[in-house]
Each structure stands twice: as C-alpha cells, then as structure tokens.
Design a protein around this ligand. Structure first.
Ligand code: GUN
Length: 304
C-alpha cells in the first residue's frame, strides 16, 4: 500500500511516497478453538482407554478478582474439552496447609494435573509451592524439573502456557523457518513469560534479547526486533515509532485503558507492524488452550 507523506528535505517540504505495510491480525481465539477441538478428541480417547476423564485440580487462594476470572475461564475450557476439574477455593491458608493439600493431590491416582493460580498472597512462598507439585502433574510447567528440561532441550517437558501459546501462534501464522537467525526482543523477565519464552525462541534458532524494568534505553532494542513480545502491563508502552517496520508484535498484556476498556501494551500499529495480536482475542485464549493440552499430556505421561 503506497501513501504520500509530507517530509522536510534540504529545507523544502516535499510530498514523498511511503510504503504502508499491510498488517495482518493473528486471530488467537480461532487458533485456540482448533486446539481445543483436538484436545477434546484426545480427552475422549483417554476416557475410552482408562474409564475416566483426564482430571485437573486447580487451587486459587485469596480474593484476587483477576485470578477468580482466570480460574472460572479455565473451568469452562475444561468443560468444553471433556476434562474433569476440581477447584479448591481457599480464602486464606498457610504454607504448610497448602503444601499438605498438594502432597495429597500428588498421591491421588485420579488427579492427573495440578495448577496453583498465581500470584499468591504475600505470606506464601510461590517457588516452594510450585516445586511441591510432582513434576509429572505440573500443569503449568513452572517447577524446576520442567524448567530445567525446557532449558536443556529435553522434549518431554511441560511448557509454560503463555510462551507455548505464542510459539503455536507463530507456527500457525508465520513460517518458523523464516524466523531462524532473526532478532527476538522480549520485554519481560518473569518465570511465567519472559524466561521460558527465551528458551523456546533460542530452540527456534532466533537471537534473543530480554529487556526488563531496569534496561536502559529500552526502545533502542524494541526498534531492532523482527519479533517483539511485550508483557509490560502499561497501555501505550509500544508506539508505532518504537518498532521496526514489518515486525511481528505479540502483545501479552491485559490492561484497562482510561475508559475501562481491555487493552494491551501497544498503540495501534496497523500500517507499521507486519503482524499483531489483538487484546483481547490474541495471547489470552492461546494460553488457556495450551493449559488444556498440558493436562492431556500430563494424563498420558503418568499412565503410559
Ligand atoms: N497467573 C498468570 N498466568 C498464570 C499461569 O499461566 N498459570 C498460573 N498458575 N497462574 C498464572
């Protein structure tokens, strides 16, 4: 697409043609629906083989409204996929009581997968809780066994759902071959998004930079990204001038704007980005679909 742009050249204002990029929207919701249909078939095959449905235990602690919504959505996904779920809603708890519940679930034959919704109240040690879950029942892949396997390239790791969903979207919409050797910039260093994402992109032969809240001149990095993944939690953080024309931009954040409308980190990037993910309807549904896939693989991993 060609448009005219008014530019100052040698002290004179001239009309110069600029190429506008035909930005494509990555429809995470549609891709996630297809994944869920496949998961449902696997769940039904599992039920026929073992006489019961795959089963996840979810634990949510405290009254975090966002966590309650996430868990309710995950409950609905399980229903859609013919997966059994038991949700433990604990108004508050201690480290000992929570670890004891997890040990009980680890030992329960009919529980295939366990998830503890993050973030946890401040009195609880999240790392110890994540590592109390038996590695083969670790639905999020946050424990050290699965994390270590991911970084070692061992393929039976259960992978964190958000980065795994992003990898799946890239596989569906952009050839992974075309990303080899290209520069990926991730603006997030969490155990849930940034770090596992970096491991996956390295395995895809990308060159990876992780930026975070202490990175100096962050936009000098975002401007060089062929693939930009942002999970900052700040509406308007990425502007059209902050990206390389044609870049693939994956917006992980779920924020509310000044009008209380859901939005990500990015301003409107149409005409500059090559691909963008919408918020809502991009990364969110893919994260949930990957959880459903993880439950099935946990169930088969235990019983094979
Ligand atoms: N909180 C935000 N994202 C996640 C996730 O993927 N899993 C869990 N357990 N908690 C989260």
């Amino acid at each position: 697409m060609k448009t005219m742009n008014n530019k100052l050249i040698d002290g004179r204002r001239l009309q110069v043609p600029t190429l506008k990029i035909d930005t494509k929207i990555i429809d995470g919701k549609a891709i996630a629906e297809n994944v869920k249909l496949e998961v449902k078939q696997h769940a039904q095959r599992f039920a026929a083989q073992y006489g019961r449905k795959p089963h996840i235990a979810m634990i949510v602690i405290g009254r975090n409204p966002a966590s309650e919504i996430y868990v309710r959505n995950k409950n609905k996904d399980c229903e859609d996929c013919d997966i059994d779920q038991t949700t433990y809603k604990l108004p508050d708890t201690t480290q000992e009581r929570l670890e004891s519940l997890i040990h009980e679930l680890n030992a329960t034959e009919t529980v295939d997968a366990i998830l503890v919704q993050m973030p946890l109240p401040k009195n609880l040690d999240a790392k110890a809780i994540q590592n109390a879950i038996a590695w083969e029942k670790d639905a999020d892949g946050f424990g050290i066994e699965n994390t270590g396997k991911l970084w070692s390239g061992i393929t039976d790791a259960t992978c964190a759902c958000t980065p795994n969903g992003i990898r799946h979207m890239l596989h569906e919409c952009v050839s992974l071959e075309s990303l080899k050797g290209k520069h990926a910039v991730i603006v997030n260093r969490s155990n849930i998004v940034g770090k596992p994402m970096a491991a996956m992109l390295l395995d895809m032969d990308m060159t990876v930079t992780i930026c975070h809240s202490k990175t100096e001149n962050i936009k000098t990095y975002t401007k060089t990204a062929d693939l930009l993944i942002t999970a900052v939690g700040q509406p308007g953080f990425i502007k059209p001038e902050d990206i390389k024309p044609g870049a693939i931009v994956i917006d992980v954040s779920m924020n509310k704007d000044a009008h209380n409308k859901l939005c990500g980190d990015c301003e409107d990037l149409t005409g500059v980005a090559g691909y963008i993910t919408p918020v809502p309807g991009g990364v969110g549904p893919m994260t949930r679909a990957m959880l459903m896939q993880n439950i099935i693989s946990c169930a088969y991993k235990r019983l094979k």
